[in-house]
Design a protein around this ligand. Structure first.
Ligand code: FES
Length: 613
């Protein structure tokens, strides 16, 4: 049998037998295309433009299309047969098979959303065709894509069917998840299909509004995790949940209400209606994951540290009071084990550590620090409680990386700093704290144990021009960064206590990295690349990270900043069913190292607390 090549936008090309219809070709290619009348040439809606290999129009096409349209190459996809090499263009952006592009990671994937929409025009019943309304809808869908019929019979949806069909001339859009019809909407609403990917951090929640056809990011919204008022870290939140009868509910509601507010904010920014959002994906550490689902993570904090669930979870948004279209679904990525949660799975998806030939170290720096070490053959992962210092929280002059935050500090001839949005400074964010402590070490104002010297103790010549900034504040040593006249009111300082917070945070992460290397049986020379992820990942100065000992100094020239990789993983899982399935496989194959049970961990941690170069 003769075969011919058919080309579609997005680089899709298939070899098909002569006589195959474009409808059949598109079904085989997995192209989501609407055939409202099931391909009988009645509706005239399955239009494509044929730019090469066109044939004379059929009678049905002549009846429905204008002379200009026919001359332009417009034809019915359901009736057009392939009888030679053919090039097809779509009239709507939603039919083009797009790729997800995550440029900071040089990562692409095919857009293939979990929820799809199909526009159908079903036949009106007659005395000779008495199929039920529901059967007509199922037949309409089956005629479009050879899909299996919906196994579920959702009663609330069935109640709406008679009016919906008759009020809309039997023209409706089905919201489909797998082979389940989750919703029916009046007329053709297929152009409106959006989703939101969330990274629930211990301190910060970030949400990304995505177009589920094109994979395009439309807007971003973020907020402080409101659970911080019940505890800065995961352990204190678990303690809160255990000491209050409604503790889990309170923490669950706090996070879901904020997510609802962020959905509203992101939708407004992008000019999208909240009800056009049909999918939400979630990553977070195991504790955030459990509280999001309203599950008590108590056992994760107690030996032998067992989560309630680690598989991916698909939930009806109504079960979580999430305010998106009720026909949508929520996709929660899987956990690995202990506190190494769905956020690490997100990082693995985004960085493709599981595909790497070389050994790489990926560190997601946040209040809870997660790290993974390995390559395509073996990956080890662990989690460590770093505290919120890296995110600027619980620091005397600390703030998030927002307008007015000092984000970088240099100890040059003078003390120099930059401020986000170039306004008067109001505080410092995590990346500046790192620069300050690194600078203090380099000019000899801070000793190996993390103590700020008094001015008369400074012997390093590089420190002489900065020692007048060493003061006492509320009875403890401090370093003055900006005086009141520079800030328009308040002095900005780094206190001895702030330095202790950072010391604990960096010690926890550095000890985690060392423990992973010990368990893997490698030294730093075998690590080809270090990828630093985290909400402030792109702002952090790699040199400062190495000076303070957060990352082994020998790796300084192998560091790349990959930004919010957990968030990027959440986007991939939202936009691509294959990536979501891949997340499940990764969560099962990664080996988890429980730091609490590693006999060498406390001595490794004690060593990692020191500021040595
Ligand atoms: S004319 Fe209706 S699907 Fe082609």
């Amino acid at each position: 049998m003769t075969k011919h090549a058919v080309s579609f936008p997005g680089g899709i090309q298939l070899e098909v037998e002569a006589g195959t219809t474009l409808k059949e070709v598109m079904n085989d290619a997995g192209i989501n295309f609407d055939f409202p009348c099931g391909g009988r040439g009645r509706c005239g809606k399955c239009l494509v433009r044929i730019t090469a290999g066109i044939r004379e129009p059929l009678a049905e096409e002549k009846e429905k299309l204008t002379a200009e349209e026919l001359a332009e190459g417009i034809r019915f996809a359901c009736m057009t047969q392939v009888h030679g090499e053919m090039t097809v263009e779509f009239l709507s952006e939603k039919n083009i098979q797009h790729r997800i592009l995550i440029s900071s990671l040089n990562r692409t994937a095919k857009v293939e959303p979990h929820i799809t929409k199909r526009y159908i025009e079903v036949d009106q019943p007659t005395l000779t065709d008495q199929r039920t309304d529901w059967q007509r809808i199922k037949d309409g869908l089956a005629a479009q894509s050879n899909a299996e019929e919906s196994p579920s019979k959702p009663v609330p949806l069935l109640r709406t069917v008679p009016d919906l069909l008759r009020d809309n001339k039997h023209k409706v859009t089905a919201v489909v998840y797998g082979n389940e019809i989750r919703g029916l909407e009046a007329g053709n609403t297929t152009e409106k299909l959006y989703g939101m990917a969330f990274d629930i951090g211990t301190t910060t929640i970030a949400g990304f509004l995505m177009n589920l056809y094109t994979g395009e990011e439309l807007s971003v919204a973020s907020a402080l995790n409101p659970q911080t008022q019940y505890g800065a870290d995961v352990i204190s939140r678990i303690t809160y949940a255990n000491h209050h009868a409604d503790g889990v509910d309170v923490l669950h509601r706090a996070v879901t209400q904020t997510i609802n507010a962020l959905i509203g904010e992101a939708a407004k920014k992008a000019g999208v209606a909240r009800e056009d959002i049909y999918a939400v994906s979630i990553v977070g550490n195991t504790c955030m994951h459990h509280f999001f689902l309203g599950i008590n993570p108590r056992e994760v904090a107690l030996a032998p540290y067992v989560p309630v669930i680690s598989e991916s979870v698909e939930v009806d948004p109504r079960d979580l009071n999430l305010e998106i279209n009720p026909a949508g679904m929520v996709f929660v990525l899987p956990n690995i084990a202990g506190f190494v949660g769905a956020d690490t799975v997100g990082v693995l998806l985004a960085t493709e550590l599981d595909e790497s030939d070389e050994i790489k170290l990926v560190v997601d720096i946040g209040t809870n620090g997660e790290m993974a070490l390995g390559n395509k053959d073996r990956i080890l992962a662990c989690s460590t409680a770093a505290g919120p210092a890296f995110e600027g929280a619980q620091i005397s002059s600390g703030m998030r990386g927002a307008t007015g935050a000092i984000d970088h500090v240099t100890f040059a001839e003078e003390l120099e700093y930059t401020v986000i949005d170039d306004v008067k400074p109001i505080g410092i964010c995590g990346s500046a704290l790192l620069d300050i402590v690194a600078g203090l070490i380099e000019v000899g104002l801070l000793d190996e144990r993390g103590r700020l010297l008094r001015p008369e103790q400074v012997t390093d010549p590089r420190g002489q021009k900065f020692k007048h900034r060493l003061l006492e504040h509320d009875g403890t040593p401090a370093f003055l960064l900006a005086d009141a006249d520079e800030t328009g009111g308040k002095k900005i300082m780094v206190t001895q206590r702030d330095i202790r917070e950072l010391q604990m945070a960096k010690g926890a992460i550095a000890a985690g990295i060392r423990t992973l290397m010990n368990n893997y049986g490698i030294e730093t020379d075998q690590i080809r690349e270090v990828q630093l992820a985290g909400a402030f990942g792109n702002y952090l100065n790699p040199h400062s990270a190495c000076v303070i000992g957060l990352i082994p100094a020998e790796l300084e020239d192998r560091i790349t900043m990959v930004g919010n990789a957990a968030g990027a993983g959440a986007k991939l899982a939202l936009l691509s069913q294959s990536e979501y399935q891949r997340a499940a496989a990764r969560a099962r194959s990664v080996e988890f190292i429980e730091l609490g049970s590693d006999p060498a961990f406390s001595s490794t941690f004690a060593k990692a607390m020191r500021f040595t170069r």
